[in-house]
Design a binder for this molecule. Structure first.
Ligand code: PLP
Length: 450
């Protein structure tokens, strides 16, 4: 018997990324409150949130300082726009703070309400840049198969997910995709290093095929998140850097997941030693306490837009929203004061990754991988062949359901199970996460009779 709220939901709510028909049968789980790394549903069940919400609640739940600053800002100035030659104090302070943390060649921020809007902003900003440079033919964006760059028309087109492209006749013209560096899934007939180079060279082939004079930018996540925590082989970024240095195209690094500490550096470009022209940010910027995103813009791009551009006819009602900006600013202040990024690097991510590797011994696990505070396991039926549990990757959903029954949120991406816990998770909580994950794998193995 479903509750009144569940029935209301079934009748009136069309939920994102959901099979709403199936959801109506089961009734959605109603999340009522949260504290630290745990949340609780309306039936009193407690869950360890291995996904930090949706890769975003980096500070964990229940940080009163963030609620207080939102309350204070709402009372003082709940809203004003940035279109009327105006700004607000938290908006400008946040831009300045982000510029201070970003690589030295990046000093400006364009604010949006989300990561998807930020990638739409990249799309228009990059084309505007090339127009102003007198090279209007440089219009084509190169992205990668299985990338996730958001859900708007440009975001989903920049993304490389077939199941999204099938809905809405995407990608839009001017966006093409090259190989992803997914060694476990696609490259095991060669060494990991060779595969990394081969995947990177698909970018160069595409540039040559289209013609450098027509290519606007290459966009990539530092590690693919929603694609399944795909961590490129060591050779990959080195080879991409060689290619980017050779051709006159812009480089957009989508750090919506990776930014603000998840790799143990403020930005993943510092972790991988990359020099992007634009960085997409969102999620961890406010620890998900307020919706806010943006683009960090290099001097190279900003100088052209500002000095030669005049108007950039683009922006959102909620660009740089003062309450969201005040919360993001406080979030960054806490990350700094509590030295959370350093703690991730030196203490907690080494511990998480060491314990995560124990899962590799399980009969169902073909590979365990991770970096910083993200990790993945590949579910297989047979470790010697890496054959999947079921032909259509249903094993991930089965495993997810056992995890939920065990009080743990892990996310399935096909047959890859992923985690991205709050950065503040303790060692004891990691121990709990690992033991729940092991139990979940045992339950899944029993289900398949393995
Ligand atoms: N880019 C990446 C790498 C993401 O992971 C996401 C969301 O998961 C987005 C963009 C889109 O962000 P949003 O959902 O805030 O629009």
């Amino acid at each position: 018997m479903q509750s009144e709220l569940q029935q209301l939901n079934n009748a009136h709510h069309l939920q994102p990324f959901s099979d709403n028909k199936a959801l109506a049968k089961s009734g959605p789980r109603i999340i009522e409150r949260a504290q630290g790394v745990y949340f609780y549903d309306s039936n009193g069940n407690k869950f360890l949130d291995g996904m930090a919400g949706l890769w975003c609640v980096n500070l964990g739940y229940g940080r009163k300082e963030l609620a207080d600053v939102a309350h204070q800002q709402m009372n003082q100035l709940p809203y004003y726009n940035l279109f009327f030659q105006t700004t607000t104090t938290p908006t400008t302070k946040l831009a300045s703070k982000i510029a201070e943390l970003a690589p030295a060649h990046m000093n400006r921020v364009f604010f949006t309400g989300s990561g998807s809007e930020a990638n739409d902003t990249n799309f228009r900003m990059v084309r505007r840049y090339w127009d102003l440079k007198g090279q209007p033919n440089k219009k084509t964006f190169i992205s990668r198969a299985n990338a996730y760059h958001g859900s708007t028309v440009a975001g989903a087109s920049l993304g490389g997910m077939d199941y999204m492209h099938k809905q809405g006749d995407l990608p839009i013209p001017g966006i093409v995709h090259v190989d992803q560096p997914y060694w476990f899934g696609e490259g095991q007939d060669m060494s990991e290093d060779d595969f990394g180079i081969k995947a990177a060279q698909s970018l160069e082939q595409k540039i040559l095929e289209i013609g450098e004079e027509n290519v606007a930018a290459f966009i990539a996540e530092p590690f693919q998140g929603a694609g399944g925590v795909i961590i490129p082989p060591k050779t990959y970024w080195t080879e991409i850097k060689r290619i980017l240095a050779k051709y006159d195209i812009l480089f957009i690094l989508d750090e919506v997941i990776a930014g603000f500490g998840r790799t143990g550096e403020w930005f993943a470009c510092q972790y991988f030693d990359l020099k992007p022209d634009l960085i997409t940010i969102a999620k961890g910027m406010s620890s998900g306490y307020q919706p806010i995103g943006g683009v960090i813009v290099s001097d190279k791009v900003a100088d052209v837009l500002i000095e030669e551009g005049g108007d950039f006819n683009h922006g959102f009602t909620y660009s740089g929203h003062p309450v969201a900006a005040a919360v993001a600013l406080k979030n960054i202040e806490i990350l700094e004061q509590e030295r959370i990024v350093e703690r991730v690097k030196n203490e907690i991510s080494p511990y998480l990754q060491k314990r995560w590797q124990e899962l590799a011994d399980h009969p169902l696990v073909g590979e365990a991988r991770g970096l910083g505070m993200v990790a993945a396991i590949e579910l297989v039926k047979d470790k010697s062949t890496n054959e999947r549990l079921e032909a259509d990757c249903k094993g991930g959903g089965i495993c997810r359901d056992f995890a939920v029954a065990n009080g743990l949120v892990m996310r399935p991406c096909g047959d890859t199970m992923i985690i991205s816990p709050p950065l503040v998770i303790t060692k004891d909580e990691i121990d709990e996460l690992i033991s729940k994950a092991k139990k979940t794998l045992d339950d899944t193995a029993n289900f398949y009779g393995i």
